[in-house]
Every structure is written in C-alpha cells, then in structure tokens.
Design a protein around this ligand. Structure first.
Ligand code: SF4
Length: 582
C-alpha cells in the first residue's frame, strides 16, 4: 500500500532540481533569525583579510503559507534577549511592538464565579518591561528586513507558498526537500493546472516547521532523533481570540494569567490575556495534551473562561476580530530530539525549544537560530556538512543561556501533569531552589495520544458522547462564539479541489471503534470543527467526515488522535489560516 503521507513519485513527471547551499524550511522566528545571523556572519567573514571568501552562495527559505507571517501564531510576551543579540537596534528599525508589560496578575480561579489573585508572582512569571508582540507581525517585520538586505556574493531567495512534502535522502543523509505538487484532484490525478513540486537540493537543510513538523516526523522515523531523549515530545493546545475593546477598558501593558476553573480537577492548563496596541486584547487558553480526558477542548475552555467575573467586564462592548489555534511544543529539555544530523538541523518548536514554566519559546527558538548560524558558517567555510560538523550547533545551544534556561525548567510540565495539586506545588518549590531538580526526575512520561482514556475509565460510563458530559454552552455570537464562527475569523483558505491533507492512515473503522469507546476525541479537541462522525443509512455511525478546508494547521489531531490514525500533511502551498494579529 502506498504511504498516503507522501506524494506519489509520478515517474512521468520531470521535477526541476534547484540547488542551494543552505535551505531553511519554515519561516518562523528560529529560521528567520538563523538566516539573518548567517548573512551577518558571511559578511563579517568575507571582510576579514586573508580568509577564503564565501562567494556564489545560494540560500533559500521556503514557507507553506501564502505570505510569510500568515501562519505565525503565539501569545506573546517576548523575552527580547535573543532579539537584542540578533539586532541591538531593533527598536529603531520599526519593530512592531504592541506595548510593554506594565502590570501582571496571576489568578487561581476556583469556580465559575470565584478565585483569588496570587499575592506574589513566581520569578519565572516576571515579565515587566518586556514587549508584547503579535508573532505574525513580528515575523513579517523580520522577513521585510531580510528582503531589504543585500550581501555581496550571496543570493537569498524567500519563497512563501511552497510546502516541503518529503525529505530528500542520499546514502542516509539529508540532501534537501521535495515541495508539494499543485493542481491535483482529490483522487490524486493531475488537473490541467498541475505543477509538479521541485526537488530543492541543499548541502544543509534547517528544519523549523513549528510544532509537530511533517518533515520532522519523517526525520524521526528514519533517524530516530528522539531515541536519546528521556521523554517523548509533549504538547499543549492553545486557542486565542483577539478583541477590539472600548478605549480605557484595560490599561496598556496589562497581562493576566490564570489556572484552575474551567479545567476539571487533575487537568493542566490555563489562560492568558495581553493588552495589545490599538485597544486590542488577546484572550487565550491552553490545555495540556497529556490529559486522560477524551473530551478535552481548549476552545470550550476559552468560551467558559470569558464568562468569569474577572474576565467578562474586560470584553463588555468589545468586538471579536481574529481567532486562531496552535499546538505548543512543551517538552523542553527532557523531550528534546537530537538537534543535528548529516545534512540537517532542527530548530525552534520542531526541537521542543519552549520553556513550559514561562510559557515562552520565541526567544529560545531565536537563540537556537543564532547558534545554528554560527555552525552553518563554519560548515560552509570547511565544506563539511557531516553530523560531526553540525553537532557543534547542538553543543553550543545546550551550553547557552537558552539551553540552561530549558534545563532549569525541565521538570515543570511533567510536575504539573495533573494540575496544581499540593504535591505538584511542593515539587515546584523544590525545583525553584534546586536549579530545576525534583525528586525522581526525569520520571516516566507517555506520548500525549497514549494518555487518552476511554469514557468508561475517565468519566465512569461506557459509550458516552461529548454532549453527555459537556452540555452545550449558550453561544450568543457576542461573547460566546461557536467554533465555526470563530474559525471564520482565522481567514482560512484551502483549494477544496485538492486531496485532503488530513490523512486517515488506518481506516475509518478505527475511527468508528474510537467513537464507541472514547467518543471520537478529534470531534472535540479540533479548534476548527474539522472532524464529524457520520451515520450510514441505518443511522449507525459509519465514518468520519473531514472538512479539511477549515483546518487552521494547529496539528493537534496528528498529536492527540488516540489511535494514531490521523497524519497531518502540508496542503498545497499557500493554503491555511491568514493571521495578521496573532
Ligand atoms: Fe488542528 Fe487537525 Fe483540526 Fe486542523 S484538523 S485545525 S490540524 S486539529
């Protein structure tokens, strides 16, 4: 049987080969930083007297979104440490800051009406003075700076609208990626506008696809990059809405975090609220995907959260303007794969570079990009792209302040796997005093998908369906928004005449069996309501219906399908959400 997660070889098609010295896959902050710093380093190298100049180089960057920034999505309060290392004058270059954190609150919500504010913030949540950013806007700014850049001897190609669909291999080493074909019918046959994907060949390929990268999945299958990590990769799932609120409703620089309600006891996650420029407010919720609850739903948690008396007044009279969702790679130090291999590197969320305690990863991914660039320069100068050569990137990152920050936070996610229990609180206290150490570390962790229980084990009754335990919310279209109304504001576009990019790899019957025992969690956790179970003529649930055109590329189904039956693959380049404020 053909592997449905890769595209057909199509021997009748001639694929154009394009050659690069360095190819970056994904235009997130880690890869854009790596490219930016690499250009700086090449320029400095070539200015040095007596060295062999690096000339005639071709460096490419592909991005699956139609425009760089369209798929970038994060909170975010930015720790500017890596940005300052990359570009100390960033403020003078029109960096799109949404304001600076001026006041912070952390709450434990104990019920739908009550809660208390922590009198003292834990040190890892101190953000005062840091810039509040929209990652989408920040990434666009970085791409703009790179487009304006000219480095003699280097040809830089930024190529949005191109999705890497499979890794190119030669003798066990990575030699580039193949991009996705365009103009393909749902049955896989070419249409009249068919355009074959290209073979982008590179001496070294840097994979920065974000959380749960499709190509990173292939790298893992072939190279076993996770084998040396004590834990599997781990994820949270986050959704957020951006509201325009009446002037003066929330002070500039205001930041709010909470945990507790509406999550059930034993579940981990929490909220975030950031005041942005232009009287906009980000309101979001993340849930940990290692939960046993088959009906975990970050979107529902967000809708409930907005009704709490601490939150509802902030949104009164406001207007929802944008929505999005994304998985967060939260595994950190214990879940980090091998970062370098012959012909390639992993950076950013693809490498689990997120500090779970601070709920921040942009600065760590950017530091990864800075370290990768140093190694890339050495590799280009020595013409050595072996694993031993590229491994210097991994050593530099792990020894850097970013690696050490991840090391100190290494047990946070695992410790809070069942929420903020008294034991978890005690362990967190110990870890703060002991540089991150907790008794029994690293402990045992299971893949997020394997943690999902049947409804009988988790909710005490077999055969439950989502509505049985989560009665419907009263959506009013004003403050409480349905998933479908929300996803309309993600600006999602996919050509509906292409094959679904969400592949059911083990068959519909596996979904039907999952529906019987686990209530089909994908129909609940998906933030865009892509999955629905459908009955046959006798009214018996017989198949899963996939509205792939709504997909916001959050990757949660690939991570959390308890049967491992869904594989997310890149759709034709250019498809997906269009975030401008996220
Ligand atoms: Fe996320 Fe999967 Fe739903 Fe797409 S289909 S929005 S990747 S859960």
């Amino acid at each position: 049987m053909r592997d449905v997660t890769t595209q057909p070889a199509r021997p009748e098609v001639v694929r154009e080969d394009l050659d690069f010295d360095v190819l970056f896959v994904g235009a997130g902050p880690a890869n854009l930083t790596a490219l930016w710093r690499l250009l700086d380093l090449i320029e400095a190298h070539n200015a040095r007297p007596g060295v062999k100049k690096l000339e005639g180089l071709t460096i490419g960057l592909i991005e699956k979104a139609d425009e760089i920034g369209d798929h970038a999505f994060s909170g975010a309060v930015l720790d500017p440490k890596a940005l300052e290392e990359l570009c100390p004058a960033y403020r003078d270059l029109g960096f799109p800051s949404e304001g600076q954190v001026a006041s912070e609150q952390v709450w434990l919500l104990t019920s739908e009406r009550s809660g208390f504010r922590f009198p003292v913030l834990p040190p890892f949540l101190h953000n005062k003075g840091m810039p509040i950013v929209s990652l989408s806007r920040m990434v666009r700014w970085m791409a703009g700076q790179l487009e304006a850049r000219e480095v003699p001897g280097v040809d830089v190609m930024l190529l949005p609208g191109f999705a890497g669909i499979q890794v190119l291999w030669e003798d066990g080493r990575v030699v580039g990626v193949q991009t996705a074909d365009k103009g393909v019918n749902p049955d896989g046959t070419p249409r009249s506008n068919f355009e074959p994907g290209n073979n982008l060949r590179a001496k070294v390929t840097v994979f920065g696809e974000g959380p749960r990268g499709h190509l990173a999945r292939e790298l893992e299958a072939v190279l076993g990059l996770q084998a040396s990590a004590p834990h599997p990769q781990a994820y949270e799932m986050g959704v957020k809405e951006i509201w325009e609120i009446p002037e003066g409703r929330v002070p500039e620089g205001f930041v709010f975090h909470s945990t507790g309600w509406p999550l059930a006891s034993g579940e981990a996650g929490g909220s975030f609220i950031y005041r942005m420029s232009g009287n906009r407010l980000v309101v979001g919720y993340v849930v940990s995907l290692d939960t046993a609850d088959p009906f975990i739903d970050a979107h529902r948690a967000l809708q409930q959260f907005k009704t709490h008396p601490q939150v509802a007044p902030m949104l009164e009279g406001g207007k929802l303007v944008q929505y999005g969702g994304k998985a967060l790679a939260i595994g950190g130090w214990h879940g980090m794969p091998r970062l370098a291999f012959a012909g390639g590197m992993l950076v950013g969320d693809s490498a689990q570079m997120v500090n779970a305690a601070r709920l921040k990863g942009i600065h760590l991914g950017m530091k990864g990009g800075l370290c990768a660039a140093e190694t890339l320069l050495e590799a280009l100068a020595a013409e050595d792209f072996s694993e031993a050569s590229l491994q210097r990137y991994s050593e530099a990152f792990l020894a850097s302040w970013a690696g050490q920050e991840l090391k100190r936070a290494r047990n946070f996610h695992h410790t809070l796997a069942h929420g903020l229990t008294p034991l978890a609180g005690l362990k967190l206290g110990i870890s703060l005093l002991a540089g991150g150490w907790v008794p029994g570390e690293p402990g045992h962790a299971r893949e997020d998908a394997a943690c999902t229980e049947t409804t009988e084990r988790f909710h005490g009754k077999a055969g439950l369906k989502p509505g049985d335990v989560n009665p419907g919310l009263k959506f009013d279209g004003q403050r409480l928004i349905t998933k479908l109304d929300d996803v309309y504001l993600a600006g999602v576009m996919h050509d509906e005449h292409q094959p679904s990019h969400l592949k059911i790899v083990k068959g519909d019957e596996v979904c039907v069996a999952c529906y019987a025992t686990k209530g089909a969690p994908c129909t609940v956790f998906c933030p865009a309501q892509v999955y629905e179970m459908h009955p046959d003529d006798q009214g018996k649930v017989a198949r899963v219906e996939i509205a792939f055109s709504n997909c916001v590329h959050c990757k949660t189904c690939d991570i959390k399908c308890p049967e491992g039956n869904v594989v997310w693959t890149p759709p034709e380049g250019g498809g997906g959400p269009k975030y401008t404020l996220c």
